[in-house]
Design a protein around this ligand. Structure first.
Ligand SMILES: *[C@@H]1O[C@H](CO)[C@@H](O)[C@H](O)[C@H]1NC(C)=O
Length: 211
């Protein structure tokens, strides 16, 4: 517990529930693995939000080491944890009374979108675990499932955000939900990029033992 508290401030946007779904991934202390951090920084350049990517993953450097697989696993787990806490947040905020009917409807739709997103990310975390170490059809099959489900999760998150696009809607509820879900969508987009990178490099490099 003390360790968790210690590194919370460094994680910034990534603090929520982090670690609770890191199936099989031990939490490691910050900055004790310079080469792991370099690997994370280099890999995160392939994402759309590299600073957020590094921020979310650097505390897992000891576990990730130089492994594309562990990197993808950590990124997906972080995305799932973020989606789940945001899903809970949207459900709580839906209880706000006196919402404008259009905002109310957008919030209800967002509850559904975020629930789908959580399910798809949860399935993806498990499916990534089934991606074997070979390079055959089995790997390709599981990789393509993960890519499909993470893309679907991202689409659901964007659908929630688009539900609030109407300028006639305003207010704190819209602003609070939008900013959180946009941030989750960024984390999910990063996870998808790292899953794609893992799948591509694994296929290209299996013969050369690239982890
Ligand atoms: C993920 O799936 C497992 C098994 O299907 C389930 O037990 C667990 O509650 C799910 N977790 C989340 C966050 O939905």
């Amino acid at each position: 517990m003390a360790k968790l508290v210690l590194y919370l401030p460094k994680l910034g946007l990534c603090f929520t529930l982090l670690g609770l779904y890191m199936d099989g991934i031990a939490e490691s202390t910050v900055s004790s693995n310079p080469s792991g951090i370099d690997f994370i920084r280099a890999s995160c350049r392939a994402t759309l939000y590299p600073a957020l990517c590094v921020q979310c993953l650097s505390s897992y450097a000891n576990t990730i080491q130089q492994s594309q697989r562990q990197l993808a696993q950590a990124a997906l787990s972080v995305s799932l944890a973020r989606a789940q806490s945001t899903s809970a947040f949207v459900s709580r905020i839906a209880k706000t009374t006196g919402l404008n009917p259009r905002v109310y409807q957008a919030v209800q739709d967002c509850i559904d979108n975020m629930a789908y997103s959580v399910d798809q990310l949860n399935q993806s975390v498990q499916e990534l675990g089934y991606m074997g170490r070979g390079n055959g059809q089995d790997f390709m099959w599981h990789a393509s499932n993960v890519q499909t489900w993470v893309s679907a999760a991202l689409t659901d998150e964007n659908t929630c955000v688009n539900g609030f696009a109407d300028n006639a809607m305003d207010g704190n509820v819209k602003a609070a939900i939008k900013s959180r879900v946009i941030s989750v969508a960024q984390v999910t987009s990063n996870a998808l990029a790292l899953v794609n990178r893992f799948a591509t490099r694994h296929r290209a490099g299996a013969a050369h033992n690239i982890p």
